[in-house]
Structure formats: structure tokens, C-alpha cells
Design a protein around this ligand. Structure first.
Ligand code: ADP
Ligand code: ASP
Ligand code: MG
Length: 451
């Protein structure tokens, strides 16, 4: 069994879905389970509907709903022309978007949206795309069955960023997906979407379809997890920032996980963990060029001092100075408990004898965090910071690569630096505006174009 996940651009329209049909057809004998994102850009539009409606602009919200309806119906019309299922799928699309319009009216009346209702809205994208793709597969001769993601991707109630319940997902995948795949039927499931054990819709967080694919791959003990996207694989940097970035043919799980966590959007940061636990290789392929070799992510790949550069903008730097830290044990635990309490994860940490500095990606609970940390000492906040990460399994080569990196970005100011003890990630905190120039210089240094 394999899991094939198609991202937003890989199912953006009828043409892209037709390519996905060919890719899955070529893999029929490997018993594929298909995970799909919403049609490209739809999740943004859905969230926009909710925000606009809640802030009083119902007219604009309804206009977006209608453009979503037109886009989905157009896709159905061109994919299911002549199919006996066309009417049924059109009715399902309309029902989903009618529900969205009703929700928008409710948000408009209330003047706010709750995380729970945001998830109900965001999930519509994958619930519709997965139905459309399943019907398109059937119309083109693949025996496929739509499976409701809410029956398999079971999570807790942490709406908008729900935590998967791995044992329940394993049981549900055995019940709902395995029997289909074993009979030669291709199950098609929406990514990103889940539900609590009592059936309330949740989502795994933005970009979460990759995570759905690896959770289901691990649950099914799949032979491979394939992430089909709009680039040739994992590259030495984001090609939107560094057009000359090169394809990485093989990369280690830990390197790929670092890159994802430090801004390489090609993989959701949680994708690697379930695959590593089961030793399932993850491949990244380009759905527009299915003959490409892609990237294989696995335990053993050749070591390179530097494998790739990643960057992340809009980071917050929190600095705590406290004389109490001097020689005190248990101090860091108390500090980290604050972040835990506010469900905020930390990207980078550095400490000195009397201070601890951390960077945060998500500043939603910053005010409460600062209030709690103030009990330990003086807290200062630096916003508009960014991170650049140099990732490679051979970074622990003494100071050579680090010195090269620092020389490459000079005179860009570095506010904080951290070399992971495993020697695989050297992260620098710079001004937000310097993230892109720093990435460009680092890429030029470690991956010179002439080489
Ligand atoms: P999908 O909708 O298929 O999930 P995403 O937009 O989430 O696609 O991820 C693919 C994008 O990730 C690429 O278009 C690329 O701009 C970006 N990206 C960032 N870093 C990297 C990298 N190191 N290698 C490849 N792509 C990257
Ligand atoms: N559609 C969701 C998003 O845009 C999930 C995904 O595409 O991975 O965030
Ligand atoms: Mg993605």
C-alpha cells in the first residue's frame, strides 16, 4: 500500500485533477490511498468568507461564496461531463456552499467566529475536493471510493490545530481504508480535516494535508508516502526566493524535519514524525512532471556539510533576564512551563548564566506569556525578527561551516545564533527584512551557481 497526497495546485482545476488520475493509474498495483487538499487557494477564500462576514461585510462574503460555487461547479462540469454521477456531485457541492452561506450569515449576526466554527468552514474545501476527485477517478475508470476524513482522522478538540489521536486513527484506517485498498478500490480522503471522537469537525492547521497523509501512511504501515506538489522535490532553498535552488535527490528524515520546521513550506512540519516512527520513506514529486525523480526522504542519505537553506519570517524574540537563574536548578523548567501552558511552541533557545532567549512563530498568546514570565525577571520582546537556518548532517565540522555562514551574511546583524547539539541545524535570528537577503547570500556561498 502507498499513500499519494495531492496538494492544492495538484488538484487546482480539471486539468490538474486529470494529471492526478494518470499518476494514480500508473500506481494501481501498489494499492494507493489518495489524500487530497482543497482546490488551490480555496482554504484562503473560505477563511476570508468567515472573517469578512464576522466583520460586517456580508455582501463581500457572499460574493466569495458564489465565486467558490462557480469554480467548483465549473471543475465538476469539465471533469464529469457525461458521468451519471454529475448531478449528485453538483448537488453535494451546492449543499456544501449553501451551508457556508448560512454560516456566513450567522457570523455576520454574531460579529465573531469561534475556532470551532472556523474549522467547520475551512473543512469544506477538502470535503468538496475529495468528493470531486473520487468521482473523477471513477469516471475515468479507476474504481475509487470517497471516504469521509472525519471517520478516519480522529483528533482532540484543539480547533484550528487539532492533535491527532494516533491509536484511534490506526483503528479507523484499518476499518475504513485498508479493506477498500485490499479489494483494489482506491480510497480518496480529504487531507487537513479531522473530527473529534464525537464527530465534531476539526482541522490539523494550515498546510496540514501533508500531515494527514503521513498519519494515514503510518496507520496503514504503507510502503511509501508520496507528496505530489508544484516543485520537483525538496530543493536547496525555496525556489520562489532562490530561483537557482537545486533538487535534492535524497535527504535524511532529520534534515527534512529541520527544513520543514524552519520554513520549507513544501512539507508541513509534522509530516516527518509519523513516517520516521514506522520507517516509511517519504517522496516529494512534481505533479506537473510526473516522470521526474523527486526527492526521497529516508534514514540514510549521503552526508553533506550543508544540505539546504530555509528561512522563516515574522518571528518574535522573547528575552528573559533573571538573577535567579544563577546556579538554580529547575529554573528552565518553570520558564518552559509558561510556554506549555499557553500552547506555544518554541523554535530556537539560547541561554547564558542569567538569561534565556527564545523565538516564537505564533505570538497569539504573547501578552499572557509575557505577564507570566515577568514573575521570573525582566522580559523584553523583539518583534519583526526572522530566522535563517542552515541544515546539513555534516555541520558539526568544528567551526568551519559556521564561520563561512557568518562571513557570508556579514554585515547583516545577527540577534541570536544557535547550533543544534546534533550538529544538523545552525540557525541565525536576523531582522525580518533581512531574511531573504541572508538566504540569498547563504545559498550563493554553499551552492554556488557555477559549481
Ligand atoms: P501544496 O499545495 O502542494 O502542499 P505548498 O505550497 O504547501 O504546496 O508547498 C510547495 C511550495 O513550497 C513550493 O511551491 C515552494 O515555493 C515552497 N518551498 C519552500 N521551501 C522549499 C524547498 N526547500 N524545496 C521545495 N519547495 C519549497
Ligand atoms: N488546504 C489546507 C491549507 O491550505 C491544507 C493543505 O493544503 O495542506 O492550509
Ligand atoms: Mg502544502
Amino acid at each position: 500500500m502507498i499513500v499519494c497526497k495531492f496538494g492544492g495546485t495538484s488538484v487546482a482545476n480539471a486539468e490538474a485533477i486529470a494529471r492526478a488520475v494518470d499518476i494514480v493509474t500508473a500506481r494501481r498495483d501498489r494499492r494507493p490511498v489518495v489524500v487530497v487538499s482543497a482546490l488551490g487557494g480555496v482554504t484562503n477564500d473560505l477563511l476570508d468568507v468567515a472573517q469578512r462576514a464576522a466583520s460586517g461585510n456580508l455582501l463581500l462574503a457572499v460574493t466569495i461564496v458564489e465565486s467558490l460555487r462557480a469554480r467548483h461547479l465549473e471543475t465538476v462540469a469539465s471533469l464529469l461531463d457525461g458521468s451519471s454521477e454529475r448531478d449528485e456531485i453538483e448537488a453535494e457541492v451546492s449543499a456544501g456552499l449553501d451551508e457556508l452561506a448560512h454560516l456566513a450569515e450567522a457570523f455576520n449576526t454574531l460579529g465573531f467566529v469561534t475556532p470551532r466554527s472556523l474549522d467547520a468552514v475551512a473543512a469544506i474545501g477538502e470535503l468538496l475536493s475529495s468528493r470531486i476527485v473520487a468521482a473523477a477517478f471513477r469516471h475515468r475508470g479507476i474504481d475509487a471510493a470517497w471516504v469521509d476524513a472525519r471517520d478516519v482522522t480522529i483528533t482532540d478538540e484543539h480547533f484550528t490545530r487539532a492533535v491527532p489521536d494516533v491509536p484511534r486513527i490506526a483503528a479507523a484506517a484499518r476499518d475504513h481504508l485498508r479493506p477498500l485498498a485490499m479489494r483494489g478500490v482506491v480510497p480518496v480522503v480529504g487531507g487537513f480535516v479531522g473530527a473529534t471522537p464525537s464527530g465534531v469537525t476539526t482541522t490539523l492547521g494550515r498546510g496540514g494535508s501533508d500531515f494527514s497523509a503521513s498519519l494515514l501512511g503510518a496507520a496503514l504501515e504503507a510502503d511509501a508516502i508520496e507528496i505530489w506538489t508544484d516543485v520537483d522535490g525538496m530543493l536547496t532553498a525555496d525556489p520562489r526566493i532562490i530561483p537557482s535552488a537545486r533538487l535534492i535527490d535524497r535527504i535524511r528524515f532529520d534534515e527534512a524535519a529541520e527544513l520543514a520546521a524552519f520554513g520549507a513550506k513544501v512539507l508541513h512540519p509534522s509530516t516527518i514524525a509519523p513516517a520516521v516512527q514506522r520507517g516509511i520513506p517519504v517522496y516529494v514529486f512534481n505533479s506537473r512532471r510526473p516522470a521526474g525523480t523527486g526527492t526521497m526522504i529516508t534514514f540514510d542519505a549521503p552526508r553533506h556539510p550543508v544540505r539546504a537553506i530555509a528561512g522563516k519570517r515574522n518571528t518574535t524574540l522573547v528575552k528573559l533576564r533573571s538573577a535567579r537563574m544563577l546556579l538554580a536548578h529547575g529554573f528552565l523548567r518553570s520558564v518552559f512551563e509558561v510556554f506549555d501552558r499557553h500552547r506555544t511552541s518554541i523554535d530556537v533557545v539560547t541561554t547564558s548564566e542569567v538569561s534565556v532567549s527564545v523565538t516564537l512563530d505564533d505570538a497569539t498568546h504573547l501578552e499572557a506569556i509575557v505577564a507570566d514570565l515577568s514573575a521570573f525577571g525582566d522580559v523584553s520582546i523583539e518583534q519583526q525578527r526572522g530566522l535563517v537556518a542552515i541544515v546539513g548532517a555534516g555541520l558539526a565540522d568544528g567551526a568551519k561551516t559556521m564561520a563561512q555562514a557568518l562571513a557570508a551574511i556579514d554585515p547583516i546583524s545577527v540577534h541570536m545564533a544557535s547550533l543544534s547539539a546534533t550538529g544538523i541545524n545552525f540557525t541565525l535570528v536576523v531582522d525580518d527584512a533581512q531574511v531573504v537577503p541572508a538566504m540569498q547570500r547563504l545559498h550563493e556561498t554553499f551552492f554556488p551557481e557555477a559549481a
